[in-house]
Write a protein that binds this ligand. Structure first.
Ligand code: PNS
Length: 161
């Protein structure tokens, strides 16, 4: 049983993330979407909502499941017996950001990271940009799985109150 972990903040999960999970499922028996905390980011959505939206987004993908990782990713990798971390790469700046994390995760857990290049039609999608577009009244329905756009709009409205 080869298990891959796809970690991220998923604030929110996007169509780009789902594409990477789909690709990971062609290489691994099980893919765990790990909703974790990025200390450098202040999330818009609560961890519970990020998990709920990610679970809905991968519901139709056999072999995929979602878990909340409250602490160190390396500890979670050991807990689930992960064979690899899988991360999506859209361009060079993603590589620059991801390689130090891959090295640290391997240092701490011995687990290697596999980088997957997603569909080029989704390469412009980033959670931060999705939130920015929505914040300014733009349409995000075709960038994120169903249910995400409404959740983002509601969270932004709560934030503005
Ligand atoms: O989607 P992101 O924000 O690029 O994902 C980064 C994330 C959440 C995967 C990373 O910050 C993380 O692994 N956080 C959990 C805590 C941890 O293990 N930190 C050390 C990472 S090398």
């Amino acid at each position: 049983m080869r298990i891959a972990v796809c970690p991220g903040s998923f604030d929110p999960i996007t169509n780009g993330h789902v594409d990477v999970v789909r690709r990971a499922l062609t290489m691994f028996d099980e893919v765990v979407v790990a909703v974790a905390t990025n200390a450098a980011k202040a999330p818009l959505l609560s961890a519970a909502l990020r998990v709920e939206l990610a679970a809905a987004a991968v519901r139709g993908l056999t072999g995929a499941r979602v878990a909340l990782v409250p602490g160190l990713l390396a500890d979670f990798l050991r807990q689930v017996g992960a064979s690899a971390v899988v991360k999506g790469i859209r361009g060079a700046s993603d590589v620059d950001a991801e390689v130090p994390m891959a090295l640290m995760n391997r240092h701490l857990s011995g687990v290697d990271t596999v980088f997957v290049v997603g569909d080029q039609s989704l390469a412009h999608i980033a959670s931060s940009m999705v939130k920015d577009v929505a914040r300014h009244g733009g349409r995000i329905d075709d960038l994120v799985p169903p249910a995400v756009s409404q959740a983002v709009r509601e969270a932004l409205a709560r934030q503005a109150r």
